[in-house]
Design a protein around this ligand. Structure first.
Ligand code: TNX
Length: 512
């Protein structure tokens, strides 16, 4: 939508307004704009949840628009008020049939020349609305303004994730926080951390201090490692929760375990720790069900990780175990899942675990992450019959560690090149034929880190493709590639402000 305006220099004028990503369910532009200037304030009421959101909103709008935004509990609502309200569900007038899970993140937003009104039933809804507001900001003739509009919005899928591999290359806490901010800006709500693999162990556990002591410092290619202490972990979960993002830790078993075997000789048949591994092959390492230490390891590790995790879900891995018979695989996966269930957690696992899971439990309490469309579809569909739900991560669409094109300096290529349009132009319900819509819990992008050696590397692979995946996960079915590309072209303003590097895909009509 272009807004001609004779009074402003043309290059000041954003030609696409509003450029909201992911696209809201319903957005109706209105005439005028809300000026963000001296006297602007967020009105929160006294609910601590709303106050917490207001603190983030005021800071962010203030940063984007370069202006102080005050926070007040109550206010007569004169010009310049941005009123955030928690309301009962019936006041939101949501579409009929919307599940409670999705309704929690729904919001209504009215931006007029004098007032911004935001309503939601939970702090999560207010948080999602805040991001929309931030994306409405654009420079106007007399300073920054928010394009006037009326929005009703809610997610399509409950689980909108990013899986981050901190095992092949470690990312310290402050860098993960940058990624959490980026996720929040795209209305993503699950950070899945792949904490253990052949090359490193990244979470300190009181029950097995040797894990990080011996395997925390290693990484692919001999690069520096690192790990999260219990205090780091708690801080990370809190930072995420403030942005309404759940953290799902993954301890990958029964394969991808060389870091554990290197730290704990008792997990190896000859009692000798394995050598450290800094290559990028997969599938060679394994636990041994027959060793007594294995059962104790699974019990202690999954018990402790469950206790440390505030959220509902813990991921047990289960992928690419190429050197183990089926019976032993099933035994080990079920043991890990049992410890999680006993600790009150629900299980997430890669699709390979479909032959072992779900193993009892309430319907819907096991999630299988579907990544490899080349095999395993029947096993996943059978697990769905037994009550599993499916998280869609088709590698050819959402593995953002794939190179965007052949000239890319970073990334792998085994699932092909994933350009922005590949990450955008696909329909989740078509990924696994025969999968019922209600069994799909959501969509998750993945950033494996074999080639990712810095935060900037990670961001360059994530942007802009993570925005594409976020729209697939949040916005209603039916893609509009030209419209999306236009809106995407507006985003570098925010990314530049935050100092985030991005891939300048030739598919996107960038502004400069
Ligand atoms: C496959 S996807 C893996 C990872 C690799 C990734 C590289 C999955 C469950 N396993 O171990 O890092 O490919 O793209």
């Amino acid at each position: 939508m272009s807004v001609p305006d004779q009074q402003r220099p043309a290059d000041d004028l954003p030609s696409v307004r509003p450029a909201v990503i992911p696209a809201p369910v319903h957005l109706e532009p209105r005439p005028g704009a809300f000026a963000v200037r001296q006297g602007v304030r967020v009105v929160t009421g006294t609910d601590p949840a709303a106050v917490a959101v207001a603190v983030l909103v005021a800071g962010r709008i203030g940063q984007v628009c370069g202006c102080q935004v005050a926070i007040v509990e109550h206010d007569a609502g004169g010009p310049g008020a941005m009123v955030f309200e928690l309301v009962p569900e019936q006041d939101l007038d949501l579409p009929p049939g919307l599940t409670a899970e999705l309704g929690e993140e729904a919001y209504r937003l009215e931006v007029g020349p004098d007032r911004v009104g935001v309503r939601a039933t939970t702090a999560a809804g207010l948080t999602r609305a805040a991001v929309t507001l931030e994306q409405l900001a654009a420079p106007g003739a007399d300073g920054w303004e928010l394009a006037a509009c009326s929005v009703l919005d809610h997610p399509r899928f409950a689980w909108r994730g990013l899986s981050l591999d901190v095992a092949r290359h470690f990312r310290p806490l402050d860098e993960v926080m940058v990624l959490l901010d980026l996720m929040a800006d795209l209305k993503l709500n699950v950070l899945h951390l792949h904490l253990t693999d052949d090359q490193g162990w990244r979470l300190d556990l009181a029950s097995r201090p040797q894990l990080v002591a011996r395997s925390g410092g290693t990484a692919v290619g001999g690069d520096p490692g690192g790990w999260y202490s219990a205090a780091d972990w708690s801080q990370l979960c809190t930072y995420a929760a403030t942005r309404q993002i759940a953290v799902v830790p993954e301890v990958d078993v029964p394969g991808h375990v060389n870091a554990a075997l290197h730290a704990l000789g008792e997990l190896c048949p000859d009692g000798e720790p394995t050598a450290e591994y800094t290559g990028i092959e997969v599938g060679f390492s394994r636990l041994h069900a027959a060793l007594p230490a294995t059962g104790a390891f699974l019990r202690d590790v999954f018990g402790e990780v469950a206790t440390m995790t505030p959220g509902r879900w813990v991921h047990l891995g289960g992928d690419e175990v190429l050197t183990m018979g089926r019976a032993e695989y099933v035994e080990l996966v079920r043991a890990a899942a049992g410890h999680l269930a006993a600790a009150g957690k629900s299980v997430v696992a890669w699709q390979e675990a479909a032959l072992a899971l779900p193993d009892g439990g309430a319907p819907g309490s096991t999630v299988l992450q579907y990544w490899d469309v080349r095999e395993g579809a029947q096993e996943v569909l059978a697990a769905v019959e037994r009550g599993a739900r499916v998280l869609l991560s088709p590698a050819g669409r959402v593995y953002l560690d794939m190179k965007p094109d052949a000239s890319s300096p970073l990334g792998l290529e085994w699932a092909g090149h994933v350009e922005v349009r590949d990450a955008y132009d696909w329909e989740p319900l078509d990924v696994l034929p025969g999968l019922p819509a209600q069994a799909v819990i959501g969509v998750e992008a993945a950033l494996w880190s074999e080639t990712v050696r810095s935060l900037d590397d990670a961001l360059w692979l994530l942007l802009p493709r993570l925005a594409a995946v976020a729209e697939v996960a949040w916005s209603p079915a039916g893609r509009d590639w030209p419209g999306f590309a236009e809106r995407l072209a507006e985003q570098p303003r925010l990314w530049d402000l935050d100092g985030l590097p991005y891939y300048r895909s030739p598919q996107v009509p960038w502004r400069d």
